[in-house]
Ligand binder design. Structure first.
Ligand SMILES: O=c1[nH]c(=O)c2ncn([C@@H]3O[C@H](COP(=O)(O)OP(=O)(O)OP(=O)(O)O)[C@@H](O)[C@H]3O)c2[nH]1
Ligand SMILES: [Mg+2]
Length: 371
């Protein structure tokens, strides 16, 4: 390790730790949102390594599993990488000396951890009723779990209350299934004598990720992107509203021109039970797709991914996922690239992959005789 290490902090939490431990002088650069006025070296998940090199860094700090690819990239460039991924408050304190070791002073981190633990102990003592001595219980929040969404609270319950699925999702009554409907003909590849490769599909969105998901599902078709209004809020909450958005987009896309099929895709958030017998729920990113030929509607969900607590809190407060992700990551239009899905899975399941599953499922009634 260098005698007087120059540290670039790629994680705001590491910057905060180094600053609190009095090692600010070693920090020569940091990613956006770091509590410092040091030179900015890009975003949390997209650091600017050219800038890091210009700053002649000896060591680089990263935090959290989401940054493991960034840590690997820094290692490949020959930096000493200090990577921590604490999951509990205790582990956060334990990480202080590790992070500070990047600046050559693990002791300063140990002292900071001791100070912080002391403060917490004093708070716990002050809150304990007089005369009661008991074990200190660390109240730990488990990931994105919360008792209930503010949006589900009594005051705002009306907005997101579950509505009868048929009323919102299939406003038009489904006509009796017609023998020889477009869906049947698509299955038999008999659309007016044309093959599936001649099919014209409209996707109700201007987001290229959604169009790509449909192109992957229907590689032979011609797929057009048609930006339409979803008829629901920018950030749908709950499955009903998300499905309604997908169905409305599919219908409006189909009506927008001379298309054989309309496809709608909608991203939303929804709660799922924690599955532990309590009434606790976790907030998830969900996604739905709908396909319609004007007669029938196929609908299917894509993967559901748990939202990190600090992101869930902001969605719960009324913000939209895409902009929140961009703000947290320091990116532009992540939703038009790997998406939140790609970020949460370390790039293993991009938004296109996830939406492809939803679209493929929604095509089922048009491809399988059993429906
Ligand atoms: O399903 C998703 N998978 C992802 O991995 C993802 N990453 C971000 N988001 C966001 O979810 C909100 C609703 O999505 P959404 O259906 O309105 O899409 P969109 O706003 O990107 O396009 P569009 O409205 O122009 O069609 C928007 O804030 C999106 O940015 C995702 N949604
Ligand atoms: Mg949108």
């Amino acid at each position: 390790m260098a005698a007087n290490p120059r540290v670039v902090s790629l994680a705001p939490s590491a910057t905060a730790i180094l600053t609190a431990a009095g090692l600010d002088a070693h920090v020569v650069g940091a990613t956006v949102h770091s509590p410092t006025d040091k030179p900015v070296v890009g975003g949390w998940l997209n650091p600017d390594f050219d800038r890091v090199a210009e700053l002649a860094a000896d060591a680089v700090c990263t935090c959290d599993d989401l940054q493991s690819d960034v840590a690997a990239a820094a290692r490949d460039r020959g930096y000493d990488v200090v990577h921590v991924a604490p999951a509990t408050l205790d582990e956060v304190f334990d990480s202080f000396p590790v992070v500070c070791d990047a600046a050559g002073d693990a002791g300063a981190g140990a002292t900071l951890a001791e100070d912080c633990r002391g403060v917490l102990a004093r708070v716990a003592d002050a809150r304990r009723p007089r005369g009661v001595r008991g074990p200190r219980v660390e109240r730990r929040r488990r990931g994105p779990r919360r008792r209930r969404l503010a949006s589900q609270s009594a005051e705002s319950g009306r907005r997101f209350r579950r509505r009868p699925t048929r009323a919102t999702v299939a406003p038009r009554r489904r006509p009796p299934r017609a023998v020889g409907s477009l869906g049947d003909r698509i299955r038999r590849r008999e659309i007016t004598g044309r093959r599936a490769s001649d099919m014209d599909i409209a996707v109700g969105s201007g987001n290229p990720v959604k169009r790509r998901a449909v192109e992957r599902t229907c590689p032979d078709a011609s797929v057009a992107a048609v930006a339409v209004d979803s008829g629901v809020s920018e950030q749908p909450t709950g499955h009903d509203e998300t499905i309604a958005g997908a169905v409305t987009r599919a219908e409006r896309a189909l009506d927008a021109g001379d298309y054989d099929l309309g496809v709608g895709i909608e991203g939303g958030v929804a709660t799922f039970s924690a599955g532990d017998g309590t009434d606790e729920t976790d907030l998830y990113l969900v996604m739905w797709a709908a396909v319609t030929d004007g007669e029938r509607v196929g609908r299917a969900a894509g993967p559901s991914l748990p939202l990190p607590a600090r992101i869930a809190d902001r969605i719960d407060a009324g913000e939209e996922l895409g902009p929140v992700m961009d703000d947290v990551l320091g990116t532009d239009d992540i939703a038009k690239n790997e998406g939140a899905a790609g970020v949460f899975t370390g790039g293993r399941l991009t938004r296109t992959d996830a939406l492809e599953s939803a679209v493929t499922g929604a095509f089922a009634p048009f491809r399988c005789e059993l429906y």
